[in-house]
Design a protein around this ligand. Structure first.
Ligand code: PXG
Length: 464
């Protein structure tokens, strides 16, 4: 049996990794010099590394392990499916049972008339599908100029050319450029950008940038707006309550398609099946991935409304698809994941138990001298680090300096909490127990204290 297990000392693994493995979003040489951390096992919310540490993973991998690590049912589903039909495609008028069953299940779970699924291997691929699908839709409707898709600065929609272009991460645009006919508006990030304006008013202002952009580009040229119900990779930015209703009004008024990128917010993360339900919006397309299989297999997709699916379906071939669209093993694993989410009532657990328990403790972190704001929606949370709580000031050091120090302290305390600039973010497995929440919070306090001590010692508690 060829099981990849660890027979080597950590230093040898690190040397091989440094020599041959290029890591995503990583300064390769710096990591090679420092030595990478090697993760070996996962169970529930816990990870082990080669040094024998037991780490609480407050990020559920990369926001994806919704049901927790190590569920044998998913391994069994994968093994069964590999033996039965390890691969077949869904091109050329064929299909297979896992793809049929998963598409039907997603249509049942998705709100409204989102009844049709185009499968992909990841969230990025699904967003590339969306670009081609909405442009095709408007072309069939006799409006081939309706091509531009509007996203948001600091939005994240993936790392393919299409996904990175829809996203509003300038650092990504600098590496490789952008595709054509994409525009961006400001983000509803009141804490960092709202100044003295009330959050509700700021939410309306940022939403109305969409209207201004549509008018500037000409409604005849705009195909769709895309947004994450709650921005994830941008720093878990919860929009003011006025924001999404106004975006919905503008999309409806101008007949612009609304794409909700649910790659992070889908499958229970916000305390409902989908983030658009939490935010009260009705998208024409939802992008899904991550929690769809709890990350046990790479799979994503676009869940599409009746009107778009029927219009595109009636117009001949849609010349688009991936070798692994609806991969049978990935689909079987996703189905088993959805069964567990549903039968174990995990979404209800997030809403009724985990979120209320966590929220009280998470919000108490704003009493820490380093924390300006603590937010939690369902089980995605953020804290803003600041040298001055009253003014919500930024640090004088380059953005991310303090966040990185805090993340290192968390790592040292066996807590995986990410930083985005000088915000700390969490997104733990949805099955995290109250006892594990206590451990997470305790380690977060210790790490914040250590970070604070170090910032004071190094003279970094200074406002911009
Ligand atoms: N949309 C959203 C909202 C995402 O968060 C993608 C699309 C792309 O999915 P794939 O499966 O192609 O990665 C994502 C992915 C981070 C981080 O640092 C976030 C993601 C991926 C990698 C890192 O927070 N989100």
């Amino acid at each position: 049996m060829s099981v990849i297990s660890n027979h080597m000392p950590t230093a040898e693994l690190q040397a091989l990794d440094a020599a041959h493995h290029m890591h995503p979003f990583t300064a390769g040489d710096e990591l090679a010099a420092k030595g990478v951390r090697v993760i070996t096992r996962g169970k529930g919310v816990w990870l082990n590394d080669t040094e024998g540490n037991k780490i609480i993973d407050a990020m559920a991998g990369l926001w994806c392990v919704n049901i927790g690590y190590g569920r044998p049912e998913l391994a069994a589903a994968a093994a069964r499916q590999m033996e039965e039909l390890s691969y077949y495609n869904t091109f050329f008028q064929t299909t297979h049972v896992p793809a049929i069953a998963l598409a039907a299940k997603l249509a049942e779970l998705a709100p409204g008339d989102l009844n049709h699924v185009f499968f992909a291997g990841s969230g990025s691929e699904a967003n590339d599908t969306n670009i081609r699908l909405v442009r095709r839709y408007w072309a069939i409707k006799g409006m081939p100029n309706k091509r531009t898709i509007i996203g948001r600065i600091n939005g994240y929609h993936g790392s393919t050319m299409g996904g990175a272009s829809l996203g509003g991460m300038s650092g990504m645009h600098e590496h490789g450029g952008m595709i054509d006919a994409i525009a961006h508006i400001g983000q509803p990030h009141w804490y960092a950008e709202g100044g003295d304006i009330r959050p509700e008013e700021f939410g309306l202002m940022r939403a109305r940038e969409l209207e201004e952009k549509i008018l500037e580009l000409g409604v005849a040229n705009v195909a769709a707006f895309i947004g994450e119900p709650v921005q994830g990779a941008g720093g878990v930015i919860v929009p003011p309550s006025t924001y999404w209703p106004e975006i919905q009004r503008i999309c409806d008024h101008y007949g612009i398609l609304l794409i909700a990128d649910e790659v992070i917010t889908g499958f229970g993360r916000t305390g409902n099946w989908f983030g658009c339900q939490t935010m009260g919006i009705k998208p024409h397309i939802m992008t899904v991935a991550k929690g769809l299989s709890s990350g046990y297999q790479p799979i994503g997709g676009s869940i599409v409304c009746d009107e778009i699916a029927h219009t595109v379906g009636a117009a001949g071939d849609f010349n688009h698809g991936y070798t692994y669209s609806g991969h049978p093993v990935a689909a079987a694993v996703a189905l088993e994941n959805l069964r567990i989410l549903q039968e174990e009532k995990i979404v209800d657990y997030v809403r009724d138990v985990a979120n209320p328990y966590f929220a009280a403790k998470w919000q108490a972190l704003s009493d820490h001298p380093l924390v300006g704001e603590a937010k939690l929606v369902g089980l995605m949370g953020s804290i803003a680090l600041t040298p001055n709580k009253a003014t919500r000031a930024k640090f004088a050091s380059p953005a991310g300096t303090v966040g990185y120090i805090c993340r290192e302290r968390c790592f040292a305390n066996n807590l995986i909490m990410r930083h985005v600039g000088d915000r700390m973010i969490i997104s733990p497995a949805l099955v995290i127990t109250p006892n594990e929440i206590d451990i997470l919070i305790e380690r977060a306090w210790i790490s914040l204290d250590e970070c604070y001590t170090r910032l004071n010692a190094e003279g970094l508690m200074v406002s911009d």
